[in-house]
Design a binder for this molecule. Sequence first.
Ligand SMILES: C[S@@+](CC[C@H](N)C(=O)[O-])C[C@H]1O[C@@H](n2cnc3c(N)ncnc32)[C@H](O)[C@@H]1O
Length: 213
Amino acid sequence: MLTRPAAVRPRPYRAARTVLGGLTLAYLGLRVWVRARPRPIPYGWAWLLENPWRRHYRHPERLAAACDLSPVDHVLEAGCGSGLFTPALAARCARLTALDADPRYLALTARQTADLANVTVQHGDLAALPLPDASVDAVVLVSVLTEVPRPVDALRECVRVLRPGGRVVIGEELFAPEYARSGTVDTWARDAGLKLAQKQGNGWAYLNTYVVT
Ligand SMILES: C[S@@+](CC[C@H](N)C(=O)[O-])C[C@H]1O[C@@H](n2cnc3c(N)ncnc32)[C@H](O)[C@@H]1O
């Protein structure tokens, strides 16, 4: 009877290793590519934002609670995407402006919030926010800052529209190829004139809160 030499792995094991290695390499390649030239997520990838697995670590209600909003706040959710978090955030503040640079994503948010009287859906760019100075109490940026070519300038825009004592809440997720580490975001925030107030979450999905200094 023929026996397999002990050093040779069974075929399914090798196949799984090859697939996993290929996927890891593809992910790392994509990561290098998008970090070199940050760009908005394609509209065709909207399903990635809404996938049920994401809700386990980015549950909309838990994220909204972690933002620590006040019932009198005017909140800007910039880069609202498909509006996954918009209703939960709107339930915790007086008024919410949901802004996105892509009108197709905005249309999804408008559909999600059609029956919410305190939500305004607005087309705009983080690089030049269509809001007056000192007009909002909190800015929420979930998985958007790393898609912007000049994140420090975008944060300076957020500071411009914030009232004194206002806050910026920034969330990033390792799953996204453009992911930046929490410490990198701290540096961007400091350069934009923000001071770290709180860190929540972990390396997989974190949420940092900064205040205007
Ligand atoms: C990865 S999605 C995240 C959407 C949502 N915050 C979420 O976590 O489900 C990023 C969103 O930011 C938008 N975006 C990218 N760059 C932007 C910019 N400069 N100004 C405004 N929105 C931007 C994209 O169109 C996209 O809808």
